[in-house]
Write a protein that binds this ligand. Structure first.
Ligand code: PEP
Ligand code: MG
Length: 923
């Protein structure tokens, strides 16, 4: 088919912005040429030519296209002063693929094209280096043989190895010019054997075949699979362009060199050229590690003129791209060429520093400084991570439940963690099958948490995230044996006291210690996040239950607490017995007695949260989990009762023995001992203990639920045991009144969990108002507060209008709402079927991680719309784990939410994500 429009573009002419037409690499080469960088002359064959060719590949390349190519080659010859196929001054080119989307290594490239028996000799004469010539030639024959002639790589490799063996050469570089010449001869013979034809000597024939081969590689299996895997659609990239570029060599003598550089230091962000180079070498030598490159600073001594040229190149690149560049250069006989440039990949510290400094230098504006950083990247600056230089093999893979890495000795229960961690100051990793609220003291003492069951919203995950401690959850390959104080993973075993390392960012578990890199919250990060806040509409609050969590969240920039889970405060070792008394109480009086003792403790909790957060709002959620979670396990109780019964028999036996002592004529001291033992193990005491344990067991059985997550929890609990919520409400309002009395500005918010009907809210609200009036009277002044509801069941979304009549604010609990929408257990789904669902594409993402916009999100949108229909100023936010994830934050912005609340350490990520969401909306 004849091409009617232009298909081939010189680098001087192609539109550097048109990646669809010229591919990413081609467009970039055009752009670099046109901004005056010294790019080796060349041209791009457009993707449209590729598509035309692929429509009828059996017809070969259209004659008109080859005409354009020839015309461009003539122009290149003119620019370089060399001739394509000229034995005296040969022009060699590379032929490279490049589509609109980067697909590294998926398509083909051929180097040194233009070499043949005659031009090879010309090249050797020009360089005076026969070894270089034959080396280039044998590489060309192999690449061309493979890519353009379809000969298996292994054919060449086997022959090459045989010659190496015969020459006793360990490495390629050990081969002499003569031996490389033999390699070339052998390769040429192999081409003839496999194709029945001699190796093409005509450079234009070589070029035509090479272009065809690169076009064909677009439809090669590798490329097709890659596009499918990464969802690259024809709209994103359609066909590959072909770039024909003059070869330049950095190995043409002591005035030649090759190198790679970043315009700024990618590790620190320092505004200084960073990179390395090798004199008289080609790029491959750097990659192969045959010679050690020199730091770029040395170039000023070795080639001062080139150092100046490089500094100019650096400035030009940054001024044009307004981004840190990672570029490749070659110096050929005192001429500096830029071969490639792309945006530099940097760590978080460097990204943040360069953002701030480029704004200060006037290179970019603040918006761009914010948008160039992916919010999740900031996590690196907030958590320790494994030293990237260490290579280690993991023994198990779990869910990356809370980021950061930690090494420490394995311990298998919370008490031991406290003993070894807190009391003996050792670094411990708490390893459990799953954690429960009563393990909380173990969390405080541990450097990290590892569980073999549970998902990313399991207790372990949520608590660890709140504390900013690393957690790997649901590492199902590990079986934990608490009794034996050991864990097994495959054939490996680790015991209490052995060091393990967990990486909560990747979910990997390692045996032994691995070095970590400490986080750094830099001044530049503070500056950047300040700019983010100025652009964001969503406010970022934190989920925090303790003053320590609250303080850290505030340091990270949280402007309030969006969720304080009060159940966490019940788990203190001193409080749990009182909470248990409250639960097992047989009479209202007994229950009130326990609540009276809890009241001052809760009041103090709230007071300190208010103080830390003043003058920002603090949202306290009334008790949520089913209360049996605070009671011991039924099986443990049964075992204890059996032990006590055995002891009871023993106690009776001791009484019999004491009576028999007279008959035994035992010595006085022995009689004494028996008497003492008898007094110690009083049958009545043992009986009393059994009675208590049995009462507890009865209660545990009474409270047992098959589905506690969907059972007697949240507001259902508050309605069946109103005294519990009353105590909490009183504690909140009294704490606020105490603060107000001390001149501390407070904004308490009370929220009710698991609500599904307005009647529930109305009932709790009535009780709140009664207590509010009482407290106001006692303190002589009312404390303003807001009353709201969690929205975490589907019915609450559907009834948003009537709930809004009772609530000042809505707070989406998307952990439960996701569970409820999918009917997926949030404790189990992530380990059981979700991975397969994700792999097979049934679900694109894990909905407990990334908010499911189509289902959960739709419900949220409806609830916001309906709620605000009744109450236009209804304050709406999110406090599920999604509140800290950029994609979900973008959705929350679009859905018109007022705030997101996330675990303290995610606050910086959320602040940047909120700014991104706002800026994206504006574009
Ligand atoms: C939620 O369900 O999203 C929530 C914040 O509550 P919890 O995780 O405590 O159930
Ligand atoms: Mg919930």
């Amino acid at each position: 088919m004849a091409t009617t429009t232009q298909s081939v573009f010189a680098f001087e002419d192609g539109d550097g912005k048109d990646k669809q037409l010229l591919g990413g690499k081609g467009a970039n080469l055009c752009e670099m040429t046109q901004i005056g960088l010294n790019v080796p002359p060349g041209f791009v064959i457009a993707t449209t030519a590729c598509l035309d060719y692929l429509a009828a590949p059996e017809q070969g390349l259209p004659a008109a296209l080859m005409e354009e190519v020839r015309a461009q080659m003539r122009a290149v010859e003119e620019k370089t002063g060399k001739g394509f196929g000229d034995p005296d001054n040969p022009l060699l080119v590379s032929v490279r693929s490049g589509s609109a989307m980067s697909m590294p290594g998926m398509m083909d490239t051929i180097l040194n094209l233009g070499l043949n028996a005659a031009t090879l000799q010309g090249e050797i004469r020009a360089t005076g280096d026969a070894r270089f010539g034959y080396d280039a030639y044998r590489r060309f024959i192999q690449l061309f043989g493979k890519v353009a002639l379809g000969i298996d790589d292994a054919v060449f490799d086997t022959a090459f190895e045989a010659i190496k063996r015969a020459a006793h050469a360990r490495q390629d570089v050990d081969l002499s010019a003569r031996e490389l010449e033999q390699v070339c001869e052998r390769f040429l013979a192999l081409v003839r054997e496999h194709t029945g034809q001699p190796f093409p000597e005509d450079p234009y024939q070589q070029l035509e075949l090479a272009i065809q081969a690169v076009f064909n590689s677009w439809q090669g299996k590798r490329a097709v699979d890659y596009r499918r895997q990464f969802h690259i659609t024809p709209e994103m990239a359609n066909g590959t362009a072909v770039n024909v570029v003059t070869m330049v060599f950095g190995n043409r003598g002591e005035d030649s060199a090759t190198g790679v550089a970043f315009t700024r230091n990618p590790g620190t962000g320092e505004n200084r050229l960073y990179g390395e180079y090798l004199v008289n070498a080609q790029g491959e030598d750097v990659v192969a590690g045959i010679r050690t490159p020199k730091p770029i600073d040395r170039l000023a001594d070795e080639m001062p003129e080139m150092a100046t040229a490089l500094a100019e190149l650096r400035d030009k690149l940054e001024r044009h791209y307004r981004e840190v560049q990672d570029f490749e250069f070659t110096i050929e006989r005192g001429q500096l060429y830029c071969l490639q440039t792309r945006n530099g990949k940097m760590n978080a510290t460097a990204m943040v520093r360069t953002s701030v400094e480029m704004v200060e230098e006037g290179l970019i504006e603040r918006e761009r400084a914010l948008l160039r950083i992916a919010p999740d990247l900031l996590e690196q600056m907030l958590f320790p991570r494994l030293d990237p230089g260490v290579v280690a093999e993991s023994v198990a893979q779990g869910l990356p439940a809370s980021p950061g890495a930690a090494s420490g000795i394995a311990v298998f229960d919370a008490d031991r963690a406290e003993q070894l961690g807190r009391e003996q100051g050792l670094k411990v990793i708490l390893v459990r099958e799953e954690t429960k609220p009563e393990d909380i003291h173990g969390f405080f003492a541990a450097a990290g948490i590892l569980t073999s069951r549970g998902g990313k919203t399991s207790h372990a995950a949520v608590v660890a995230r709140g504390m900013g401690k690393p957690c790997v959850a649901g590492a199902e390959g590990i079986s934990v044996d608490v009794e034996r104080r050991e864990a097994r993973v495959g054939l490996t075993r680790f015991r209490e006291g052995e060091i393990i390392t967990i990486d909560g960012t990747s979910g990997k578990v390692y045996i032994g210690a691995i070095a970590t890199v400490e986080p750094e919250f830099t001044a530049e990060l503070g500056t950047l996040l300040g700019w983010a806040d100025a652009h964001a509409r969503l406010r970022v609050l934190a989920n925090a239950d303790t003053p320590d969590d609250a303080r850290r969240a505030r340091r990270y920039g949280a402007v309030g607490i969006g969720l304080a889970r009060t159940e966490r405060m019940f788990n203190d070792v001193e409080r749990l017995p009182i909470v248990i008394e409250m639960i097992v109480a047989e009479t209202p009086e007994q229950r009130q007695d326990a609540l009276d003792r809890l009241l001052p403790l809760q009041r103090a909790d709230f007071q300190s949260l208010f103080e830390v957060m003043s003058p920002n709002p603090v949202t306290i959620r009334l008790l949520d989990p089913p209360i049996h979670e605070f009671l011991p396990d039924a099986q443990v109780l049964e075992r204890e009762i059996a032990d006590l019964r055995a002891l009871e028999c023993g106690a009776r036996g001791l009484g019999v023995l004491a009576g028999a002592m007279g008959l035994l004529h035992a010595e006085d001291t022995l009689r004494h001992e028996v008497d003492r033992a008898r007094r110690l193990v009083e049958p009545a005491l043992v009986e009393e203990a059994i009675a208590k344990k049995e009462a507890m067991l009865r209660k545990v059985r009474l409270l047992y639920e098959t589905n506690p997550m969907l059972g007697h929890r949240g507001v259902r609990l508050g309605i069946t045991f109103p005294e519990i919520y009353q105590m909490q409400v009183r504690a909140i309002l009294e704490a606020a009144a105490e603060c107000a009395k001390a001149g501390i500005e407070v904004h308490p918010q009370i929220k009710v969990p698991q609500v599904c009907t307005a009647q529930e809210l109305r009932m709790v609200r009535a009780s709140v108002e009664t207590i509010h009036a009482e407290v106001a009277e006692r303190y002589g002044a009312p404390v303003a507060f807001r009353f709201g509801t969690m929205i975490e069941v589907v019915r609450a979304c559907m009834r948003a209008e009537s709930l809004a009549e009772e609530a000042d604010f809505f707070s989406f609990g998307t952990n439960d709402l996701t569970q409820a929408t999918f009917s997926f257990s949030r404790e189990d789904a992530e380990n059981k079927f979700l991975p397969l669902y994700n792999q097979s594409g049934i679900l694109q993402d894990n909905p407990f991680d990334v908010l499911d916009r189509k289902g959960v999100g739709k419900l949220m949108e409806l609830a916001v719309e309906w709620g605000r229909r009744v109450k236009p100023n209804l304050h709406v936010g999110i406090c599920g784990e999604h509140g800290g994830h950029p994609d979900s934050i973008a959705f929350c912005h679009q859905a018109g939410l007022d705030y997101v609340s996330c675990s303290g350490p995610r606050v910086p990520v959320a602040r940047l994500a909120a700014a991104h969401a706002a800026l994206a909306g504006r574009q």
